[in-house]
Design a protein around this ligand. Structure first.
Ligand SMILES: Cc1ncc(COP(=O)(O)O)c(C=O)c1O
Length: 376
C-alpha cells in the first residue's frame, strides 16, 4: 500500500507531546482556577521573552488580538474613525477584519512576488495617497515582513506599525543598524499572535496574544479585553470579553517547550523541498540570508494548480491553498474601493501549500519532491 501524506493531521501532529498535554490539563482542572490564573501569567512572561517585548497580554484569539490593538490606539487618541491603515492584499481575511471592525479604512497593498509579503515600495505610494496613519505588515507563511524601506516609511510619516504575527512566532528578522536579528512580534509598535490549533504554536482551541513594549498600550489592551475595566467593577471603556482560559494557556506552555525544535524541524523540511524540487513549472518560496523563517506554510506556485493538486492527490499527497480568494474579492468587502492588486490575484490563483507539519520527515519531503518533479 502506498504511504499517504495528509496535508495536516492535528492528532498526529500533537501525538509526540500528548502525555505532557494531558498532565498539564489535569493540573489545571485540579487547581480550580480557570481564568486569570498562574498559567496565563506565566504564558504572558514566556511569550514576551520569546518576542523580546516588555509586555504580553494573552487574549481569546488572533483576530481579537489585532482588533484590541487598533481599538486601544483609538481609545488613546492615536487613531480616529476613518483613518487609513495599510494592509497587504494577500493575507488571511482576519488582518483586514481587524481594521474594518474598528471603523478604520483598510488600504490593500500588493505584495512582492518573491517574498509574497507586502511590498514596502508600493506601500510608500499608498501611504502618501491615502494619508495612512498605520501599517500592518503580515509575516505571512512564517516569513518576516520587515525591511529598511518599511522602517523609514513609518518613521517619516509617523505611522503606527502593527505586526500581524499570527503565522510567525519564533521568526527573526534582520534589522538594519542592529547588526543582528530581532524576533517578530517585537519589531513594530505592537503585534497580534494567533494560537489557532494549526499554527506552529497552536492551542487545543482558540487563543491569541498581544505583544508590545508600550506599557500604556498594553494596559489599555488588558482593560479592553476584560470588559474595559482597569480594576474590578470599574469600567473605563465600553470593553469586550476577550479572555484566554487557563487550559489553553497551559497547553501553550507545554508547546512552548518544543517550539525551537519545531522551528528547526520545519527549516530542515523547507531546505529539503528547496534543494529537491527542480520541476521548472514550480516556483519555490524565497529563502533569506540572516533571517529565520519559521515555515508555518511551505507555499509553492504552480500555474496549472487544479491539475497539479489532483495529481498530488492521486499520489496520496494532501495539499492546501492559502488563500484562494483574497480579502478584497470577498463578498463582505464588495463595497471597499481597492487599488488594482495584480500580484495578489496572480498569487491567489497559483499558490499551493505542501505538507510540512509533524510527522513529515526530510525523507518524506524528498519523496514528495520526487513526485512533484515528475509532474508534466
Ligand atoms: C495572517 C492571520 N491573521 C490573523 C489570524 C487570526 O487568528 P485567529 O484565527 O486566532 O483569530 C490568522 C489565523 O487564523 C492569520 O493567519
Amino acid at each position: 500500500m502506498t504511504k499517504k501524506y495528509p496535508f495536516l493531521d492535528l492528532k498526529q501532529a500533537n501525538a509526540p507531546i500528548e502525555q505532557e498535554l494531558k498532565q498539564a490539563a489535569i493540573d489545571v482542572i485540579s487547581s480550580g482556577r480557570y481564568l486569570h490564573g498562574e498559567q496565563t501569567a506565566m504564558l504572558e512572561q514566556e511569550i514576551a521573552t520569546l518576542c523580546g517585548t516588555q509586555h504580553c497580554v494573552a487574549v481569546s484569539n488572533g483576530l481579537d488580538a489585532l482588533r484590541l490593538i487598533l481599538r486601544a490606539y483609538k481609545e488613546l487618541g492615536r487613531l480616529h474613525e476613518g483613518d487609513a491603515v495599510i494592509v497587504p492584499g494577500n493575507t488571511f481575511v482576519a488582518s483586514v477584519l481587524a481594521v474594518s471592525d474598528n471603523g478604520l479604512r483598510p488600504i490593500m497593498c500588493d505584495p512582492r512576488s518573491d517574498t509574497m509579503n507586502l511590498d514596502s515600495n508600493a506601500a510608500v505610494r499608498l501611504v502618501e495617497r491615502h494619508h495612512a496613519k498605520a501599517i500592518m505588515p503580515v509575516h505571512l507563511y512564517g516569513t518576516p515582513c520587515w525591511d529598511q524601506t518599511l522602517v523609514e516609511l513609518a518613521h517619516n510619516h509617523g505611522l503606527i506599525i502593527i505586526e500581524d504575527n499570527a503565522q510567525a512566532i519564533g521568526a527573526m528578522a534582520a534589522v538594519t543598524g542592529l547588526n543582528g536579528t530581532r524576533a517578530t512580534g517585537g519589531l513594530g509598535h505592537a503585534a497580534g499572535i494567533s494560537f489557532y490549533p494549526t499554527k506552529n504554536l497552536g492551542a487545543l482551541g482558540d487563543a491569541g496574544a498581544v505583544t508590545t513594549c508600550d506599557e500604556t498600550l498594553a494596559s489599555t489592551v488588558r482593560a479592553l479585553a476584560n470588559y474595559g475595566s482597569d480594576r474590578r467593577y470599574h469600567n473605563v471603556y465600553q470593553g469586550l470579553n476577550c479572555r484566554i482560559d487557563e487550559l489553553q494557556a497551559a497547553m501553550l506552555r507545554v508547546k512552548l517547550r518544543h517550539i525551537s525544535a519545531e522551528t528547526e524541524r520545519r527549516n530542515h523540511i523547507a531546505a529539503t523541498y528547496r534543494d529537491a524540487i527542480t520541476n521548472p513549472v514550480v516556483t519555490t518560496p524565497a529563502m533569506f540570508e540572516g533571517t529565520t523563517q519559521v515555515w508555518h506554510q511551505y507555499v509553492i506556485c504552480v500555474k496549472e494548480r487544479d491539475r497539479f493538486r489532483s495529481y498530488m492527490e492521486e499520489h496520496g499527497i494532501g495539499t492546501d491553498i492559502h488563500y484562494a480568494t483574497p480579502p478584497h474579492m470577498q463578498p463582505c468587502y464588495k463595497n471597499l474601493a481597492s487599488e488594482p492588486l495584480p500580484v495578489t490575484e496572480t498569487l491567489a490563483s497559483q499558490v499551493v501549500s505542501l505538507p510540512i507539519a509533524h510527522p513529515i520527515t526530510t525523507d518524506d519531503a524528498r519523496h514528495i519532491a520526487h513526485i512533484i518533479n515528475a509532474f508534466r
